[in-house]
Write a protein that binds this ligand. Structure first.
Ligand SMILES: Nc1ncnc2c1ncn2[C@@H]1O[C@H](COP(=O)(O)OP(=O)(O)OP(=O)(O)O)[C@@H](O)[C@H]1O
Length: 273
């Protein structure tokens, strides 16, 4: 029986993007873009170069302004960029944005601040009592353990290889047990084996936190195909396809959009799998 049949209200999407249009001067970066991410769902946002992925991600995070349209988190207007954590939203940054003067554990503790952990605020937003700090340190350690890098807690991020730094950034996003996790090109700079491990980590996150939703922007189409419940494809600022990886794989409009791009169309269509 459908929701409409029962008369019950439809459950609020974790993330709802409605009719978002964004322009830079005369350039239309996004035109009437709408999609939802349901509780517990992993959604990949893909598209060829210049499709509007970064612009969409920045609008969702509050770092860019839409000309029109709305972004709702759990049915409420998306909070300001520096208040995302308080609203149960965590994000990673393409440039990682780790604090080089803080240990790995302290970096992850910063993810518990209600203020934006990637901004200058750092640990400032954490309640400073010893009990709160002890609790934050324990949670940070547990997040690091969960990603298999518990033994790096007392080191400085710059002393770690890049793939481990990426895990630290992921731990900082996960430490607050966000309801919505936004990942900005999480596979960037990783080798194939590391990308496979990342895929497993993303799947573990949603297995262990049934209510956590993930939206990620990614160039590595094979990772997106492997972990997404649904994929939204942008091209030239518009949604040209949305659906399961199986559907997107065989969608000729998607393959057409990627022709001439640096992504192997075989990756999308799964040829040779
Ligand atoms: N700050 C800006 N000023 C002017 N134009 C911009 C700006 N940011 C993005 N654009 C334009 O908006 C469009 C969408 O860009 P965006 O970076 O969002 O695409 P993308 O899908 O993330 O691309 P890529 O995969 O190459 O990173 C492009 O035409 C781009 O040139």
């Amino acid at each position: 029986m459908s929701v409409a049949d029962t008369g019950a209200p439809a459950p609020a999407a974790r993330l709802s993007v409605r009719d978002v249009t964004a322009r830079f001067g005369g350039i239309t970066a996004l035109e009437d873009v709408s999609f939802d991410v349901a509780p517990g769902e992993v959604v990949g946002l893909i598209g060829p170069n210049g499709a509007g992925k970064t612009t969409m991600f920045n609008i969702i995070c509050g770092l860019a302004k839409a000309k029109s349209g709305t972004v709702l988190v759990d049915g409420e207007p998306r909070p300001r960029a520096d208040r995302l954590a308080a609203a149960g939203v965590a994000r990673t940054f393409q440039g990682l944005a780790l604090f080089s003067g803080l240990t790995v554990r302290q970096n992850v503790m910063a993810g518990l601040s209600p203020l934006a952990p990637g901004a200058l605020t750092g640990l400032i937003g954490l309640k400073a009592g010893p009990r709160h700090l002890e609790d934050a340190a324990r949670r940070a350690q547990s997040a690091l353990d969960g990603l298999g890098i518990g033994d790096t807690a007392d080191r400085l991020p710059d002393d770690l290889p890049y793939p481990l730094q990426k895990r630290v950034a992921l731990a900082r996003a996960l430490v607050s047990s966000p309801r919505l996790l936004l990942l900005d090109e999480p596979a960037g700079g990783l080798g194939e084996d590391e990308i496979d491990e990342l895929g497993e980590l993303i799947l573990d996150v949603v297995r262990e936190n049934a209510e956590t939703s993930v939206l990620f922007v990614e160039h590595h189409v094979d990772l997106v195909m492997a972990v997404s419940d649904r994929i939204v494809v942008l091209d030239a600022g518009r949604v040209i396809a949305a659906g399961t990886p199986e559907r997107i794989r065989v969608d000729p409009v998607v393959a057409e959009a990627y022709l001439g791009q640096d992504v192997d169309v075989d990756d999308i269509q799964g040829v040779g799998r």
